[in-house]
Design a protein around this ligand. Structure first.
Ligand SMILES: *Cc1c(COP(=O)(O)O)cnc(C)c1O
Length: 387
């Protein structure tokens, strides 16, 4: 794919995930940095240089934060206790009561609740927008609008939002463009290169990639991250050192994992598209995908997430879910194990079947998070479950 737009960086991403932010090493240093499982640190009497785990400034947090900032091309990053903690503190650092937030209507279920229930109660007005409508953002602007929040690629339809119009608009108005980039990971998409001000990840997904750490990150400028840190500190959303250490371990293989997931997902999507049991397959790498051109232009890889609609609807989905053997039926995504889930029982369970069908998620819709098993084994399992 187009590599001409790649910025000049001191190292490739494959190297940055291993070494960015590292201190110079000396003989006798451990190759793997230690886990410092201490909450507090001895202080110089009278100094205000307080190191405390909840402040997010202890050794394991510091290392992972520098590394993730380098991956996203951000001035600074902050690790929090979950993706939701990152979204909540990241947005609360930008918004005050009386402010207005424009958000894409295609966002993670937890984020949807945060914006429409919690933020509304705090006096922050939120308007949900269909980002694929022409002039969608400009038409809903108010003089109180402080930020635009989007998620791309979108769960579960894998739609890809075009960053051009929206980033020009936020620049023109001097408001913040916040992007939840969980589905892409910095291997496939780095929103700051496309005009975003803030990047959020659920590190629980691709960044860690092993289904064993809950975490989130926020990336942005130094003064902004200072604000987010104040929210993290008072709301108590800081991760434990062990979570930071595990994320550092998981992150080392991010590049190889995501490259492999990209390749396997593309092969699986093409295979699914040719099956008579499948009415439609959603994958940005397929020419049939509505955002294929945007994806080719903006992304460095089409990702490890695939979705497909079974021609037989809910009954076929019930049967498929019972028959899969290698693939597991579980929530979450972006890890080494291939998983499937169904929006009708997870992210979109609160809607009726008809409402879901209207927004393009009919019953029989399966979301597949492609893991690292051999692609022929994944396809064989899909085939025996579909037959
Ligand atoms: C999972 C997810 C979140 C929430 O992350 P947690 O780590 O579960 O709190 C936010 N956004 C997206 C796109 C996600 O997939």
């Amino acid at each position: 794919m187009a590599s001409s737009k790649k910025p000049v960086r001191p190292h490739t991403l494959a190297t940055l995930v291993l070494h960015a932010g590292e201190a110079p090493h000396a003989a006798g240093d451990p190759v793997v940095p230690p886990l410092v499982q201490s909450v507090n640190y001895v202080q110089e009497p009278g100094s205000d240089n307080l190191m405390y785990t909840r402040y997010g400034n202890t050794p394991n947090a510091d290392r992972i934060q520098k590394r993730i900032a380098a991956l996203e091309g951000a001035e600074q990053a902050l690790m929090l206790s979950s993706g939701m903690a990152a979204t909540a503190c990241g947005l609360l650092a930008l918004l005050r009561p009386g402010d207005h937030l424009l958000a894409s209507q295609y966002i993670y279920g937890g984020t949807h609740r945060l914006l429409t229930e919690e933020f509304t109660q705090m006096g922050i007005d939120v308007t949900l927008v269909d980002p694929f409508e022409p002039r969608a953002w400009r038409r809903r602007l108010r003089k109180e609008t402080r930020a635009i929040f989007i998620e791309s690629p979108v769960n579960p339809t894998c739609r890809v939002l075009d960053m051009r119009g929206v980033s020009l608009l936020t620049k023109e108005l001097g408001i913040a463009l916040v992007v939840d980039s969980t589905f892409a990971s910095p291997v496939n998409f780095r929103p700051i290169e496309h005009g975003a001000d803030v990047v959020i990840h659920s590190a629980t997904k691709f960044l860690n990639g092993h289904h064993d750490v809950l975490g989130g990150v926020v990336c942005g400028t130094v003064p902004y991250i200072d604000e987010v840190r104040q929210k993290e500190i008072v709301w108590g959303q800081t991760p434990d050192p062990f979570a930071c250490w595990l994320l550092e371990r998981g992150l080392k293989t991010l590049d190889v994992r995501v490259q492999r997931q990209n390749e396997s997902a593309a092969e699986i999507a093409t295979w699914l598209e040719g099956r008579k049991e499948v009415r439609r397959c959603h994958y940005p790498g397929l020419e049939s995908h509505p955002d294929h051109a945007v994806a080719v232009d903006q992304l460095d890889g089409f990702g490890g997430m695939v979705a497909f609609e079974l021609a037989g609807g809910a009954r076929s989905a019930d049967r498929f879910a019972k028959r899969i053997k290698l693939i597991r039926y579980a929530a979450s995504l972006g890890g080494v194990d291939t998983l499937v889930s169904e929006p009708r029982f997870s992210s979109h369970a609160r809607m009726s079947s008809d409402e879901r069908a209207r927004i393009g998620i009919p019953d029989g819709f399966i979301r597949l998070s492609v893991g690292l098993e051999g692609v022929t084994d994944i396809i064989a399992d899909l085939e025996q479950a579909l037959r």
